[in-house]
Ligand binder design. Structure first.
Ligand SMILES: [Zn+2]
Length: 614
């Protein structure tokens, strides 16, 4: 018992020390004071934002994201790309738009610098896009030095559309999801960071416009945010609440967060709050009144996610996790230490949608939050790895009915994910693509989520489950806080696997290659097998000969055609019966027999299950 208390004490001590000792580079810091006006749906804010030059040369101009300007009108790049529709939610019409304006910007005690501010459109040159600004400083920031800016801003939140804004909840109260809401530094990449060569003479800014199909990229730092709302509102936010003070009609909540790269918050009068603790993590679920019966379900799903990640992929380093049951288009999103989930009234327990979304969004704490790859340019490093870990955890925690547990017809998250890859018309997209360059929303989704999720499942089949866990754990710990690229992931994979994997990654991440192995005609003692795709994957094949003898053969799978011959007549052939090649687009053509096969003459349910497993 004493030993347990000691361990607990030192455990808590090490966690609180970790909060003070920088875990990341902390290139930026923000101290924001913001007041929410629920009537006008506006934010009035002042912020001190500090940036450190990590490059080898002086930097004259800074770059900022002003994400809310994506919702100014229909002419922004985001709106032109989305056509006013995002993840199935539409915008347009009265009171739906949003924007952010800088009222004042100056260096501490310096003059107003607004005349030195200009908008840039590095991705598409759209003159009507105002989501990225640059500021030419009176004096360049020397290497290793910091610059602090005092910024006053005013923002109008859009009606919730793409992750952020306001909506009216079922009790008639306004709900606010305040995300991508403050002037935020772009990322200055010094030589050696990501794709900037180590011997480059200078660093360069990486500040993309806000696109319909892209998420985010930012530097790590510290945040202190003071949010003032009318009394009666409950708030959830990134980080930890440090103080709460009431002043007449208003309450100010102060939150702090360190070693994170974004800050989001939510406010509502009608949240129901549920709390629990898992190891060092205080978990809080803010649930819509009408979903109060599912409060515990949210907490349980979060604990499942924390436990499996801890066991398989690494320790969650923060001491808070806030789950928000948001409204409409704000659900299913991740911010550091805060995720939005999503459920519906009376969701039955046989539907694990709530669990899947919660486990998925929690997974982003690792693949988006901690390693912080560039989601504009390599979305698969976040969404793809996360789709893979989502299905691993869902299937391990909830079994064959991990997605839908209908009596007699279970459907797992893993099966569902593979189906959404194989059945999608856009599945010949190239995974490593700048997100705004995908030719369709479908291609973006497939190539960011289900396709890379399936690619990693195939990699697991090649390497073994233990090695795959070790690979992801090594990647997550080595690249924690360091912004890895696809090539960094590949290097870890080859190192952990102890063998070259370029042949695999080049095909499936950098080209549109797919594979589909099929059995041709069985002619006596010979059978021809075919690869109908242009990618390859090693195959184990089972043959049944006329005397009932079972013979296994290995085929590298590189040729388009391959003949196998035996001394006896062949009765049946089954390519990949152990289902290692998760990428095979059509498994219905993987087997053939010259006698009626019980697989195909079985009852309807069995045939249906076979189809679903394809
Ligand atoms: Zn996601």
């Amino acid at each position: 018992m004493k030993k347990a208390i000691c361990l607990l004490f030192f455990g808590l001590l090490s966690i609180s020390l970790r909060a003070q000792v920088p875990q990341s580079e902390r290139v930026v810091s923000y101290h924001i004071k913001v007041r929410l006006d629920p009537e006008r749906k506006t934010l009035i804010g002042t912020q001190t934002m500090t940036w450190r030059n990590t490059g080898p040369t002086p930097v004259q101009a800074l770059q900022f994201h002003l994400y809310l300007n994506a919702f100014r009108d229909a002419k922004s790049t985001f709106m032109r790309e989305s056509g006013g529709e995002h993840r199935g939610f539409k915008t347009g019409g009265k009171d739906t738009w949003g924007r952010i304006d800088l009222i004042n910007i100056r260096q501490t005690n310096g003059p107003d610098l607004r005349s030195r501010l200009y908008f840039i459109r590095p991705d598409d040159g759209n003159p009507n896009d105002f989501t990225v600004a640059a500021l030419s400083l009176p004096e360049a920031v020397a290497p290793g030095k910091t610059v602090s800016l005092e910024v006053q801003f005013q923002a109008k939140l859009p009606r919730i559309f793409a992750r952020t804004g306001w909506a009216t909840d079922e009790t008639g109260h306004p709900f606010f999801m305040v995300a991508q809401w403050f002037p935020k530094f772009g990322v200055y990449e010094p030589p050696g960071r990501r794709y900037v060569p180590t011997n480059a003479p200078t660093g360069r800014w990486n500040t993309h416009q806000f696109h319909s199909n892209s998420e985010f990229y930012a530097d790590f730092g510290s945040y202190k945010v003071e949010m003032t709302v009318p009394n009666g509102y409950l708030i959830g936010a990134t980080g930890r609440e440090t103080t709460r003070t009431s002043d007449g009609n208003q309450t100010t909540f102060v939150y702090e967060a360190h070693d994170v790269h974004d800050f989001a918050w939510t406010a509502s009068r009608s949240f129901r709050e549920f709390t629990t603790t898992w190891k060092h993590v205080k978990i809080r679920a803010l649930v819509q009144e009408v979903h109060a019966a599912q409060g515990q379900r949210h907490l349980d799903a979060a604990i499942t996610a924390l436990s499996y990640f801890d066991r398989w992929y690494g320790t969650y380093p923060y001491d808070t996790l806030t789950l928000v049951d948001a409204l409409s288009g704000a659900n299913g999103m991740e911010y550091p230490t805060l995720i939005t989930c999503g459920t519906s009234y009376g969701m039955p327990t046989w539907s694990r949608f709530l669990e899947a979304v919660t486990i998925h969004e929690f997974g982003h704490q690792f693949w988006y939050g901690l390693v912080a790859s560039n989601e504009f340019e390599e979305s698969w490093l976040d969404e793809g790895i996360n789709s893979y870990t989502e299905h691993k955890i869902m299937d391990a925690a909830y079994g064959s009915g991990s997605a839908l547990d209908l009596p007699g017809f279970p459907l797992s998250d893993g099966v569902l994910q593979r189906l959404s890859f194989t059945l999608d018309r856009a599945n010949r997209c190239v995974v490593v693509t700048d997100t705004w360059k995908f030719t369709s929303d479908d291609a973006f989704r497939t190539c960011s989520y289900s396709k890379p999720g399936t690619i990693l499942a195939a990699l697991e089949a090649l390497l073994g489950t233990r090695t795959m866990q070790n690979l992801l754990r090594t990647y997550a710990s080595r690249w924690r806080y360091k912004h890895p690229t696809t090539h960094d992931f590949m290097a870890v994979a080859e190192e952990v696997a102890g063998r070259p994997l370029g042949w695999f990654f080049q095909q499936y991440l950098f080209s549109a290659a797919t594979n589909d192995y099929a059995v041709g005609d069985i002619r006596g003692k010979t059978v021809w097998l075919q690869n109908l795709g242009d990618g390859h994957f090693p195959q184990n094949i089972r043959f049944v000969l006329e005397n009932g003898e079972i013979v296994w053969r290995y085929w590298e799978g590189r040729d388009q055609w391959k003949a196998f011959s035996f001394p006896k007549n062949i009765r049946a052939v089954h390519i990949d019966p152990l289902f290692q090649n998760r990428l095979d687009l059509d498994r219905l053509n993987n087997q053939k027999t010259i006698a009626p096969d019980d697989h195909f003459s079985g009852p309807l349910k069995r045939r249906l299950l076979l189809w679903i497993q394809q």
